[in-house]
Design a protein around this ligand. Structure first.
Ligand SMILES: Nc1ncnc2c1ncn2[C@@H]1O[C@H](COP(=O)(O)OP(=O)(O)O)[C@@H](O)[C@H]1O
Ligand SMILES: [Mg+2]
Length: 236
């Protein structure tokens, strides 16, 4: 049984289609990249999985259960965490409090501490900055905090919307290393990126989205070598 399985999905905004005929799957412990240019429909797909945008046709199944009528808060409770674009953190709260706010669905204190320890294994810089206000972190560190907060609910699937967008290039490897660490702990990761080369380098499998349709999918390594990716995204 796939962790996440999407079949023939169509969604739109006031009748204007954003996704058509999209099928995709993601499993535990793997990083699946969803790459495509601005406006391709990547964020819309994450919104549909989170229940914020309802399918016009097709199915979204999580652990074999259809999510069509499941409200967004219940989708979170079932184990899907969505880190939206733009590294939103609570600026005046400390790093520690930002993380604890992400653990609201985990009531057990011991479990929260275990989640925090896992977050620090993924992003050691956050532990060094535990008592600092989030507003004092660099952009890249705020992105680490946003991702780490997403892991605090112990999700089975972590969805990341453009985690490298607007981040200083020298911090991107640390962000991606953290994402790999999260997947190595058994979490499925759905990684949305316009940064195609870097995303394919850390992913196991990938889907290429163009104007709302999947135009290619396969192992990340195969796609990195494919003519489509080289021409459309890598400028080769
Ligand atoms: N809130 C919205 N209202 C109307 N159209 C939208 C809205 N959000 C996105 N769209 C449109 O849906 C399409 C896909 O957008 P989006 O999912 O944001 O793409 P991406 O994340 O790949 O840049 C685009 O044509 C965009 O203009
Ligand atoms: Mg987007």
């Amino acid at each position: 049984m796939a962790l996440l399985e999407i079949e023939d999905l169509a969604v739109g905004y006031d009748g204007v289609p954003a996704l058509q005929g999209v099928s995709l799957r993601a499993d535990r412990g793997e990083i699946v990249a969803l790459v495509g240019s601005n406006g391709a429909g990547k964020s819309s797909l994450l919104r549909a999985i989170s229940g914020l945008l309802r399918p016009e046709r097709g199915a979204i199944r999580f652990e074999a259960a259809d999510l069509a009528r499941v409200p967004p808060h219940e989708i979170v409770a079932r184990g899907i965490a969505h880190v939206p674009e733009g590294r939103r953190v609570f600026a005046t709260a400390t790093v520690r409090d930002n993380l604890l706010l992400g653990a609201f669905v985990r009531r057990d204190a011991g479990e929260r501490e275990a989640r925090m320890a896992a977050a620090f294994r993924a992003f050691p810089r956050l532990e060094e900055r535990l008592a600092q206000r989030a507003s004092t972190l660099s952009g890249g560190e705020q992105q680490m905090l946003a991702i780490a907060r997403g892991t605090m609910s112990a999700p089975k699937l972590l969805m990341l919307d453009e985690p490298s967008l607007g981040i200083a290039p020298k911090l991107i490897p640390a962000i991606y290393a953290g994402i790999r660490s999260v997947a190595a702990d058994g979490t499925g990761v759905l990684l949305v990126e316009q940064n195609v080369r870097d995303a394919l380098q850390i992913s196991d499998r990938a889907y290429v989205l163009q104007t709302g349709k999947i135009v290619a999918h396969g192992s990340a390594r195969e796609l990195l070598e494919s003519e489509l990716i080289k021409k459309a995204f890598l400028g080769l």
